[in-house]
Design a protein around this ligand. Structure first.
Ligand SMILES: C=CC1=C(C)c2cc3[nH]c(cc4nc(cc5[nH]c(cc1n2)c(C)c5CCC(=O)O)C(CCC(=O)O)=C4C)c(C)c3C=C
Ligand SMILES: [Fe+2]
Length: 430
């Protein structure tokens, strides 16, 4: 029996997919897993092998890609919908749902996949993920304010369904937003542990959307900048600091319920129950300036140590900062440090689930890296859980001097899908 079925093994439709991979409990896991594809698995492996799924379930109460374990790679794309009819939009979301369900379990898109269809017709799947595993792919879909209204009149008969929380984002001091990197009617966040799998997902959804929606902007991210599970090691951002230490973790159901998931929404907003709001900000970081700053300045700007990630007031990475601890000429945790500004105690107790990624888009022609953090946060309400904190950061945070916000998006992420349903169904049917 083969425990690893490749994409090309699939039969049509809901056929078997490459659900799992065998991995060794110790070092050399992938090497052993590759060996496991051969014939002598049982003889070699029994005591050292564990069956590890690399499929994140698609169906569920919430969409995957929010409180599920953050993967290492991301491709996010925002689409402008060119379809004019409501039925056409529903058909697009229905087709996307089927394709996402297939891709997230490692199957090819459509009935015939990359190579099984008519020789004289374009394949249903673009093919670059043949032979790749599901790689923990998650695809999360959200709706922008511009899907509901063009500013004067409703689109797709959705005017009455526009949630109050789906605001036009205010201008923040220091914003340098580029139109071509901001907004969008629908966002697709594809995350995976293999960049090719994430890119394949966005590309195939764009192909399906042809004539009905077109990509407005897209961003590739490498290297997660947050942990979303206590089992994950805290990664580092491009300033070299641990990022994600004080994040909301999937194990913290109470925090998720209070700060991330929409619940109790009534009437025309009931379709958002079980959903969340996705804030995306493309934040360019002035890498070269930072790299010329002394270590002491860097640590005082963040409020944590560079190597261990502990607050400057002492302890280890997960020790609560002591903002009152006196230092020379002021608190040890500077009042304008990023952690002091972003901490819940000065933000009315609000927290957010951060799920961002590092990005580098080459250089800018002046010898500087166009690199930074593609900030992504999921919050229950951006009016309370994002806007005030961003304002405080823009005005008072010492880190802001090293940042430039160049792209922005806010999207209402509907709840998860049950078998037979489609993404955003409640928006049209509740
Ligand atoms: C408005 C929200 C936030 C933006 C924008 C933001 C940008 C940003 N952050 C870092 C680096 C770090 N952030 C850290 C903590 C942290 N940041 C935010 C919010 C925003 N960050 C919050 C809510 C927190 C947690 C605060 C707390 O409760 O202590 C940290 C420290 C480690 C950690 O807890 O994650 C770092 C480092 C960069 C570089 C950046 C923009 C490019
Ligand atoms: Fe931060």
């Amino acid at each position: 029996m083969s425990l690893w079925r490749s994409r090309s093994d699939r039969s049509h439709g809901a056929g078997p997919s490459r659900r799992s991979l065998l991995t060794a409990a110790g070092a050399g896991g992938l090497g052993v897993a590759a060996g496991a594809l051969g014939h002598s698995v049982a003889a070699n492996a029994a005591p050292r092998m564990a069956l590890v799924s690399d499929v994140v379930p698609f169906y569920g109460e919430h969409q995957a890609g929010i409180d599920t374990q953050a993967q290492d790679r991301m491709h996010m794309a925002a689409f402008d919908v060119t379809a004019t009819g409501r039925e056409e939009l529903i058909a697009l979301l229905t087709e996307w749902t089927a394709a996402i369900e297939q891709m997230t379990r490692g199957a090819e898109v459509g009935q015939d996949g990359a190579t099984g269809g008519d020789y004289e017709a374009p394949p249903e799947d673009t093919g670059e993920a043949i032979d790749l595993s599901a790689s923990n792919l998650t695809v999360t879909v959200g709706f922008g304010r511009s899907l509901f209204t063009d500013g004067r009149k409703a689109r797709f008969d959705l005017g009455g369904k526009l949630p109050e929380a789906l605001i036009s984002m205010p201008h923040f001091p220091g914003d340098f937003l580029e139109e071509a990197r901001s907004g969008g009617d629908i966002v697709v966040q594809a995350c995976a542990d293999d960049p090719q799998v994430a890119v394949h997902a966005v590309r195939n959804l764009a192909r399906i959307a042809f004539g009905r929606a077109r990509v407005r902007w897209s961003q590739i991210g490498f290297g997660r900048t947050s942990s979303t599970s206590a089992t994950q090691k805290t990664p580092r951002n491009l300033f070299g600091f641990k990022d994600g230490t004080a994040n909301i973790m999937s194990e913290d159901g109470a925090a998720l319920s209070e700060h991330v998931w929409v619940k109790g929404a009534q009437g025309p907003e009931a379709w958002m129950n079980g959903g969340s709001y996705l804030v995306a900000r493309r934040i360019r970081m002035h890498i070269e300036t930072w790299d010329r700053s002394p270590l002491g300045d860097q640590e005082r700007i963040i409020g944590r140590t560079k190597r261990g990630g502990a607050p400057l007031s002492g302890g280890d990475e997960f020790t609560e900062p002591d903002f009152e601890m006196p230092g020379r000429g002021g608190p040890v945790m500077p009042v304008d440090s990023h952690v002091a500004i972003a901490h819940p105690r000065v933000n009315g107790g609000v927290r957010m689930l951060r799920r961002g990624f590092n990005y580098t888009d080459g250089s800018d022609g002046l010898g500087r890296l166009d690199a930074g953090l593609f900030f992504i946060a999921f919050v229950v309400d951006p009016r309370t859980h994002y806007v005030p904190m961003q304002n405080a950061m823009a005005k008072n945070d010492a880190l802001s001097e090293y940042l430039r916000h160049t792209g922005s998006g806010l999207f209402a992420v509907p709840p998860g899908v049950q078998p037979g349903g489609y993404l955003g169904q409640g928006l049209f049917e509740l």
